[in-house]
Write a protein that binds this ligand. Structure first.
Ligand code: SF4
Ligand code: SF4
Length: 334
């Protein structure tokens, strides 16, 4: 195994942990921001715009609104910017967002790794059930697509953007975790248990965002390619693939389940047998392993930078609106 292949795993873990820490720190800051409006005397903390990443349904509405009207909605603009960044990353660089950046993907990964340590293996769902379960995320995605992209007109969307509920949708999301109902708790506990037992349970079966990125990633010019002449059929790639893809049997991995983690490449003992490749103008070139995460991060921050420079990053909600709405947030519904 080459050093660069081995080190790609270390780089991936480092990138994942860095994004997990960034997310946790933004979550903590946002919690402090909300507390300022709930508890008199608490110092004011600036709201981190990146929390809008947790409003993907709002971002899908904002995307449609942007396409139809050319206007970025000013309530949670960073949600749209992050949505565009993540879609763009997936279009160019496969589903690398899931494999390298998404904090839920990272937590899922450590859950199944813990399961592997505890039970000596992860459990496998029978193929027929696995196919059925995998369709759930596409069904959920189709539902959102139907309601937002097909059924909702721009007038209805703009009315929703003006509602009190949408103004504090981010606070509602925070409360979902901090003021958990017992039902939420048990559902999350069940998901944790399933994630420990089965590899990437949430991502593989339930995440509609991952389903969307998987569909988009099929157009990416980047693909994992296997060179039959150099492959020694050791089975290491198939065994290691967390997306349960039979890499050893593929010439090119086209599956929407592949999240570009490069675990297969890092485990391959035969130099040149398995690589991340880019196809451009009919030529296929090997992408140096470290370039992949670099491109992911650069592209993500490039779009965020454009959002900031064009004034579409910070929310335009006035302080007084938060003062009025946050203490009442539990009474708001859509
Ligand atoms: S095929 Fe390779 S890059 Fe894709 S998910 Fe499996 S291990 Fe990761
Ligand atoms: S790990 Fe490499 S050599 Fe082994 S089966 Fe996969 S591609 Fe072939």
């Amino acid at each position: 195994m080459h050093g660069s292949q081995r080190s790609i795993r270390t780089i991936r873990y480092a990138v994942q942990i860095a994004f997990l820490l960034i997310t946790l720190s933004a979550g903590w800051e946002f919690h402090q921001f909300v507390l300022h409006f709930e508890e008199p005397g608490r110092p004011f903390v600036t709201r981190p715009p990146s929390v809008d990443a947790y409003l993907p349904i709002g971002a899908l509405m904002a995307f449609k609104y942007f396409v139809m009207t050319g206007t970025v909605e000013p309530i949670h603009p960073s949600g749209l910017i992050l949505f565009i960044a993540i879609i763009g990353v997936s279009l160019l660089l496969k589903k690398g967002f899931c494999g390298w950046i998404c904090p839920v993907g990272t937590v899922s990964q450590y859950a199944w790794m813990a399961g592997e340590k505890i039970f000596g293996r992860n459990f496998r769902i029978e193929q027929y059930a696995d196919i059925g379960l995998r369709s759930i995320k596409y069904v959920i995605l189709s539902l959102f697509f139907w309601v937002i992209v097909v059924a909702m007109g721009t007038t209805m969307i703009s009315m929703f953007f003006m509602s009190d509920y949408y103004l504090v949708a981010d606070v509602k999301m925070l409360k979902f975790f901090t003021d958990m109902t017992s039902l939420t708790f048990w559902v999350l506990a069940g998901l944790v248990v399933l994630s420990v037992l089965y590899k990437n349970f949430w991502c593989r079966y339930l995440c509609p965002y991952g389903a969307l990125l998987g569909i988009i990633s099929r157009w990416s010019p980047l693909k994992i390619r296997r060179n039959e002449e150099k492959c020694i059929h050791c089975h290491a790639c198939t065994k290691a693939c967390p997306a349960l893809i039979d890499v050893e049997k593929k010439d090119v991995v086209k599956s929407g389940e592949c999240f570009g983690c490069m675990t297969c490449v890092s485990r391959c003992p035969s130099p040149g047998a398995l690589d991340m490749t880019v196809k451009a103008g009919g030529n296929v070139r090997v992408l140096r392993p470290y370039l992949y995460p670099l491109l992911l991060v650069v592209l993500l921050y490039l779009v965020i930078g454009i959002g900031m420079l064009t004034g579409n990053w910070h929310s335009q909600i006035p302080y007084e609106q938060y003062q009025r709405l946050i203490p009442e947030v539990n009474k708001l519904s859509h």
